[in-house]
Design a protein around this ligand. Structure first.
Ligand code: SAM
Length: 276
């Protein structure tokens, strides 16, 4: 690898949890640029410290204004400048869009170094159809806007991929259950980290599971295309029944799980008696 870099903008993807997930080229580039534009200098400072790199850090976050952007653009006319976000691929639900657009308009060299992205990791892990997927960022915060988004996207013949946070997961699953009942959903959580988990089922079954086991951490939420009805696995059903049996009688547990999954209550009751 050359030991100099031409002036321009270097978009560098960084790990989404596991610090081993950074490419050799990204490490070299972060070492060789003149400055690193980042969302939070403490977060990027820690990553660079871990990589043994000392760099000039320039804050460039969601609140960056015209002046911040112009200063960075002026710098990258003469020097190589990296853009990173706190985690993952810059610009994907992260800052950078205007910076890249203006840099390209002004003829500044822009290159993008691929690496971790939570949406793609969630997509590959979920087992949902992957020939076509539509990444839609975060679902809106307000209930009506969230349902409108799901109604609008729900008929698209592609797996839908959203970013979500743990405190909002129950509201998101309830909205999916209301708008797209029975659709197979995957919750991919804490990807690349110690407690990585990917759980699939109907929105109702997943809501019941996470009501009993409140989720922590970062989440990618995926919804299968139209026509993909969920068939909860025996493992899922057993987990739901066990969770419900923790504070209910078998008949009540079976009724609750039947409501959440649409499965036959008598069959669930028989299984609940076996598990009890
Ligand atoms: N640019 C990032 C990327 O390439 O993945 C995404 C940034 S966005 C502000 C943060 C959201 O990404 C989180 O709320 C979560 O939905 C998702 N995310 C990031 N890291 C994750 C992880 N390790 N596991 C699951 N989801 C993650």
């Amino acid at each position: 690898m050359d030991n100099t870099l031409s002036p321009g903008l270097y978009i560098v993807a960084t790990p989404i949890g596991n610090l081993g997930d950074i490419t050799l080229r990204s490490v070299e580039t972060l070492r060789m640029v003149s400055a690193v534009a980042c969302e939070d200098t403490r977060v990027t400072g820690k990553l660079l410290h871990h990589l043994g790199i000392k760099q000039r850090l320039i804050r460039y976050d969601d609140h960056a204004g015209e002046g911040d952007r112009e200063r960075l653009l002026a710098l990258m006319m003469d020097e190589p400048v990296a853009l990173v976000s706190d985690a993952g691929t810059p610009l994907i639900s992260d800052p950078g869009y205007r910076l890249v657009r203006t840099a390209r308009e002004r003829g500044i060299a822009v290159t993008s170094l691929p690496g971790p992205n939570a949406a793609v990791v969630g997509m590959t892990l979920s087992g949902l159809p992957n020939d076509r997927f539509l990444f839609a960022g975060f679902l809106p915060n307000k209930a009506k806007a969230r349902e409108d988004t799901l109604t609008a996207l729900g008929q698209v013949p592609a797996t839908l991929v959203f970013y979500e946070t743990a405190p909002r997961l129950d509201a998101a699953l309830a909205a999916i259950e209301a708008v797209l009942p029975g659709r197979e959903v995957a919750v991919a959580r804490e990807l690349t980290k110690k407690f990585e988990e990917c759980r699939t089922g109907t929105p109702g079954a997943l809501a019941a599971h996470y009501a009993a086991h409140p989720p922590k951490g970062e989440i990618v939420l995926l919804i299968a295309p139209p026509g993909e009805e969920a068939a909860p696995s025996d493992f899922d059903v057993d987990a739901l029944l066990r969770a419900a049996l923790a504070d209910a009688k078998p008949s009540q547990a079976a009724a609750a799980v039947a409501k959440a999954t649409g499965l036959d209550r008598k069959t669930l009751y028989a299984r609940a008696m076996e598990l009890k």
